[in-house]
Design a protein around this ligand. Structure first.
Ligand code: ZN
Length: 500
């Protein structure tokens, strides 16, 4: 087959696969936001049909033959990126037998129910047999796909392509060395911000107006997206012209909607910034979960919890919530949104302790897949690590190993991407600050567009042209490390806790 002809066939196929996936996104959004409960059975059939169509199209002889004809790089970055990423997806899909995929889907549906019950009743034993089965199935998937170092590599690669377990272990070990003493210093600090001001009464209508105003100021295009409410906030990106994010409101806790929305808008800006020209192909898709998360964390934490950001926004927020904030000075508010304290639940963790929650999960997952930790020993191992890393011991498994949904979905290797997102975010931000010398002043003056333009030019528009490791080196001039994050987080919290 001629290279040109093979590329045309491949493009046709991957665009259709991309279109099918965007329909899956819409169905998923609908299910989480507005589907009536009785729609669930028909939805399961619709989703099952689409998943089958995607798998059949991706593993078809047409795609296989086209890829075989495209075995040499062409030198055209668009073609080479699309071929490289399609080959990767094709190989992962053809190597795993359909029967194993079906067993995984069925087991995780049942595991999800068992996990919900186990968590409700605080009874790990209810979930343990399902977890054991999922680990076994995922181990078989890893064996089918193959790996260089250890089985966990094959799992991690699904979410963070190109990153190895050994690399993550090295980054996390360095992070741990920096964070554990910081958490201890904070626990022993004489001074601390008063975070209780965030638990006063914040009327929901005013919260919604604030979320919309900040989302617009961040550059989210509401002609190409929308905001809704859902139990678990998320962002769904069917295509750059249709990006939907959700949030949830808690009248007694302002950060839930405010920072939750800034997080999702960060994801949404990435989706809206992807190339329309390359829509439905890898050149028009996000690099990895870690890079996606870097965009959300950058806006939520690095920008959203900065003193500069609140120099512009605080007066307006105080006007919206005159009762709650009448006696709160700007500096106190910034301190409150940056308060640090070790807690059991990952999703409620602050910026300093968050990564320790991830390190805990990564270390346990790795030991499980190395065969060094039995599923039945997970609760004790969890509690021991929590004590070691955070200095607190969960009183029950609900606040320990049963808190997260991921394992019930068989999603092992996913957690590290959250912490990688924080590391990428800090390193990108340091580079942006170097490139734009007055970045903080601009943010303090209400200009968020300069930062967005920089992210668009350096990250969003490239789609999957570069792997995460390459992108980081291109943008920041060095490989991913922990220094930017540790410097950033220490500088930020030190004044509020009187640390030097
Ligand atoms: Zn996120």
């Amino acid at each position: 087959m001629l290279v040109k002809r093979a590329m045309d066939i491949l493009l046709d196929e991957i665009r259709d696969i991309g279109r099918l996936r965007s329909i899956q996104e819409l169905l998923d959004w609908d299910q989480q936001v507005c589907m009536p409960p009785k729609g669930v059975h028909a939805r399961a059939e619709q989703v099952g049909l689409l998943a089958g169509l995607v798998h059949d199209r991706l593993t078809s002889k047409r795609v296989g033959d086209a890829l075989a004809a495209l075995d040499a790089p062409t030198g055209d970055p668009v073609v080479d990126t699309n071929v490289r990423e399609t080959r990767r997806a094709y190989e992962r899909a053809v190597k795993v037998p359909g029967d194993l995929v079906r067993q995984l889907a069925q087991t995780s549906t049942r595991a999800h129910e068992a996990w919900e019950r186990a968590r409700r009743e605080d009874e790990f034993a209810t979930f343990a047999p399902f977890l054991e089965r999922l680990v076994d199935l995922r181990r078989r998937v890893a064996e089918c796909i193959g790996y260089d170092g250890e089985p966990y590599d094959a799992l991690l690669d699904e979410y963070e392509p190109g990153m190895s377990t050994a690399q993550v272990a090295e980054l996390f070990a360095a992070l741990r060395r920096g964070l554990v003493p910081l958490v201890q210093a904070i626990a022993g600090a004489a001074r601390r911000p008063d975070a209780s001001i965030l638990r006063r009464r914040y009327p929901i209508d005013a919260q919604r107006e604030l979320v919309l105003a900040i989302s617009r100021a961040m550059g989210f295009d509401f002609e190409a997206g929308r905001l809704d409410v859902s139990t678990h906030p998320f962002t769904s990106g069917a295509c750059p012209g249709d990006v939907r994010f959700t949030t949830r409101y808690d009248e007694r806790f302002l950060p839930s909607a405010l920072f939750g929305a800034m997080h999702e808008v960060g994801h949404g800006l990435y989706q809206q910034g992807l190339s329309t020209e390359h829509m439905f192909t890898p050149m028009g898709e996000a690099v990895s979960l870690g890079i996606h998360e870097s965009q959300s964390r950058l806006w939520e934490n690095v920008v959203g919890r900065s003193a500069a950001f609140w120099r512009h926004w605080y007066a307006g927020v105080r006007n919206r919530f005159p009762e709650a904030l009448k006696d709160v000075e700007p500096q106190e508010f910034v301190g409150a949104v940056n308060a640090v304290s070790a807690s059991f639940i990952r999703v409620e963790a602050d910026e300093v302790t968050y990564n320790l929650h991830i390190i805990l999960r990564f270390e346990l997952e790795r030991e499980i897949f190395q065969g060094r930790l039995a599923v039945s020993d997970v609760p004790q191992a969890w509690n021991a690590k929590c004590t070691e890393l955070l200095g607190i011991t969960p009183p029950d498994d609900r606040r320990g190993c049963l808190q997260d949904i991921h394992w019930s979905m068989g999603a092992f290797g996913y957690f590290p991407t959250y912490a990688l997102g924080n590391l990428y975010a800090a390193q990108f931000h340091a580079a942006a600050r170097q490139a734009i010398s007055d970045l903080d002043d601009r943010i303090a003056a209400g200009d968020l567009g300069t930062l967005l333009s920089w992210l668009r030019a350096n990250i969003h528009r490239h789609g999957q042209r570069f792997r995460a490791s390459e992108l980081v080196e291109n943008v920041t001039g060095r490989p991913l490390g922990v220094a930017s994050f540790l410097d950033y987080v220490r500088d930020k919290v030190a004044p509020f806790y009187g640390l030097d």
